[in-house]
Design a protein around this ligand. Structure first.
Ligand SMILES: [Zn+2]
Length: 512
């Protein structure tokens, strides 16, 4: 029904705007604007993809479509600060990004952990031509650039190589990257020293970007968790760049309870003016490849073939197995490593201890049996609730799913944080949760005119049912959509309408 007339009886004051024609009007909802703590009962007029008018004095507005949000929460669309959804966006069948959309996410950050698709300009064209379900913010991955210039090798770049890396980073920044990510725990990021990162981060800073990192150590693998946080701060200070710690956590028994010290450290530098933030997913298991979790980094220098050449050398094998065994212990033991993704479906849902019994090999040897044919993914149960809650309470810790295949966080992070930590455990109130998932990340990443419900802003808006907004994915079935999201509006278009995906791909590649 076109031009449905929505006429309010009371028209107050002379500021009353009558006869406004808009595409979409949202009425009767409890509106959280992303900043203020108190929700307002205001009507939102959307036209040409933008929020053009917020009104609380009921007046007459003509709208093509009206959404009655009585009893529902209206919020800016969530911004997921850490995902691996570029893998999905690249593919026509999955570019709808539904696992994220169904959580209320309207913008995803991609290119995290040092790993981005190259060159950004090609992927930008691909997304624009095939269509994507959510907006996307792209980062350039340091590891990707390093691999291009040096290969996956444990060495320092010489001056020529460093300047080639700078050139490629500049190119990616001008193609639209919002910043640079690193994965200093993984190869090849782990082969770079702080100095290398500082010199590259300076280029990013000159181009108005941010620095996002998977820390060199989230546990006590090499320099230790606290030193890894210090390294990030050091990079921020020396390169004069805002820094963001991805999926902040205390990984493994040796670093449990360190959240207090880390928070104090970060607060100290924030008070001195350094823009340090972080993101977090609300689960006690991390997810990674089995290789990333337990294989010593030095052993895989040169790639998989080199790893198995070393492994087949009797003397080196003993050392590799010993270190692998202690990495398994650090993560809580073989029973705390659950296979969540593999080409061999028989492996999924079994932990490393069960598989080691099945294969009649010690757990550390079973690892190499498994990774020989493929890079299996694991959920690694290595965090405690005390640290999770401590981090979550901080105003500078945003929500980030780190969504990748096999871990329920890809399908459930935002609704889980809402239902478990806002509603049940009351760690955060609703407006804090919304701000940490919308306006704050938008501000940090320099996402222009999104993350708030404000006149002149792009209309990325979600409407969910406060009683039913909930995650449904778990470790036994990680691929279940969340429930309770009634509407999602992206760039003014209705993408989820009464719980159903409309099939529209209206996400945009965002510009700084
Ligand atoms: Zn990561």
């Amino acid at each position: 029904m076109k031009h449905l007339r929505y006429l309010f009886l009371i028209c107050l004051l002379s500021s009353c705007k009558s006869d406004i024609n808009v595409d979409l009007l949202i009425i009767n909802g409890m509106v959280y604007d992303g900043i203020n703590s108190e929700p307002q009962n205001i009507d939102i007029s959307i036209n040409n993809g933008k929020i053009i008018y917020l009104s609380n004095n009921k007046q007459s507005i003509n709208a093509d479509k009206i959404i009655d949000a009585e009893g529902l929460i209206v919020s800016p669309g969530f911004i997921d600060t850490h995902t691996h959804s570029d893998r999905d966006l690249n593919n026509k069948e999955t570019s709808h990004n539904l696992p994220f959309l169904k959580q209320g996410i309207t913008t995803v950050v991609v290119g995290n952990d040092g790993d981005s698709y190259f060159p950004i300009s090609d992927y930008k064209s691909l997304y624009e031509s095939q269509g994507i379900g959510t907006n996307v913010v792209m980062l350039v991955g340091h590891g990707t650039i390093r691999n291009k210039v040096l290969g996956n090798i444990n060495k320092k770049p010489n001056l020529d190589e460093l300047s080639e890396m700078k050139k490629l980073i500049t190119q990616e920044m001008s193609s639209g990257a919002f910043g640079m990510s690193t994965g200093l725990f993984y190869s090849p990021g782990s082969y770079s020293n702080t100095e290398e990162i500082v010199s590259l981060a300076k280029i990013v800073s000159d181009n108005g970007g941010i620095y996002d990192t998977h820390l060199r150590d989230e546990s006590n693998y090499n320099i230790g968790l606290i030193s890894a946080v210090k390294e990030t701060i050091d990079i921020g200070l020396k390169a004069n760049i805002p820094v963001h710690i991805s999926h902040i956590k205390c990984l493994g028994r040796y670093v449990w309870h360190q959240s207090d010290s880390i928070i104090k450290l970060i607060e100290f530098y924030r008070n001195k003016g350094l823009n340090v933030t972080a993101n977090q997913y609300p689960y006690d298991a991390s997810a990674t490849s089995l290789k990333g979790a337990v294989v010593p980094r030095w052993a895989e220098s040169g790639g998989k073939d080199s790893l198995f050449i070393r492994f087949n050398n009797k003397k080196i094998k003993t050392r590799i197995l010993k270190e692998t065994s202690s990495n398994i212990f650090r993560r809580g033991g073989a029973d705390k490593l659950l296979i969540v993704n593999s080409k061999n479906s028989d492996l999924i849902g079994k932990n490393l201890l069960e598989l080691s019994i099945e294969f009649d090999k010690p757990p550390e040897e079973t690892v190499y049996h498994l990774i020989k044919s493929e890079n299996v993914s694991v959920a690694s149960f290595n965090m405690i609730e005390e640290d999770i809650i401590n981090f979550m309470k901080q105003s500078w810790v945003f929500t980030g799913s780190d969504g990748n295949t096999g871990h329920p966080r890809k399908y459930g992070s935002f609704p889980k944080k809402y239902s478990e930590y806002v509603v049940n455990k009351k760690v955060l109130n609703l407006s804090e949760f919304i701000a940490n998932s919308t306006s704050k990340p938008a501000e940090f990443f320099n996402v222009n005119k999104r993350g708030k419900i404000k006149e002149g802003y792009y209309a990325d808006i979600i409407i969910f049912d406060p009683l039913y907004f909930k995650d449904k994915a778990d470790y036994s079935n990680a691929f279940v959509y969340s429930e309770g999201l009634i509407y999602s509006i992206i760039n003014g278009e209705l993408i989820i309408d009464k719980n159903n995906f409309t099939g529209k791909l209206k996400g945009k590649v965002l510009k700084k």
